[in-house]
Write a protein that binds this ligand. Sequence first.
Ligand code: SAM
Length: 275
Amino acid sequence: MSIWFTEKQTDNFGITAKIKQTFVSERTDFQELQMVETEEWGNMLILDDMVMTTEKDEFVYHEMVAHVPLFTHPNPKNVLVVGGGDGGAIREVLKHQSVERVTLVDIDGKVIEYSKKYLPTIASGYNDKRVEVKVEDGFMYIADSKKAFDVIMVDSTEPVGPAVNLFTKGFYAAIHEALTDDGVFVAQTDNPWFKADLIKQAFHDVQEIFPVTRLYTANIPTYPSGLWTFTMGSKIHDPLKVKEERFFEMETKYFTPEIHFASFVLPKFVKDMTK
Ligand code: SAM
């Protein structure tokens, strides 16, 4: 008998994948954690019944959460990743030679531990000496940081359980304080088919705090509806005005300088969410 995992987006729609084997299924101090092998997508991390990442398509999310803000900032040296315990975002951050330190703050040490074991190609950056890992609440960590980071990425779970506070205006205001004078931040803000209200709220909250606010998208097949959004807040630098010569060659599978700009071109119904 075959076993399928379904992430229900509504009572009437979900995304589903056939499971080959289950490595981990446990309740951590913060969330329900499953690490499984799927037939189609390789190993998959699931938190609170939501797909977090898979070996096959992870590159889209991780390249897009990292390279778009890192190329928007002209010289990112200190970078913070809030969440991101699977390690994919820091793996991409480390491709930028200007980066001297990347701090990862994930509330759940179990995500880090199991990602190192079962997602080694994603968690491949942890041994780099530029990486510092903190297992604590990102909200509290940000509240204690002042003008400390050039770029902050919020690579969190959806706003349920431990991540509820990470989708609030108070959090965006604290991020503003934690950034240097020309800092840039980006947060994953879910999908426009089922989470329009979340996107509108996040975009407008960020817009009240940051002079430059932009929404961009990427295509991620294992996330509900496939179309994913990222909301960027920046104190000075505009991602649409990055000079072509600032891009450098690196190994990627989704991100290119053309994608950097194209990802800000929004379908009309998504653009309307920014009005
Ligand atoms: N890319 C995924 C997505 O968009 O679905 C998210 C990646 S997953 C690794 C997100 C991580 O955020 C989890 O490891 C979780 O433990 C962490 N997280 C949730 N709430 C947090 C908080 N308040 N502070 C720090 N990390 C948090």
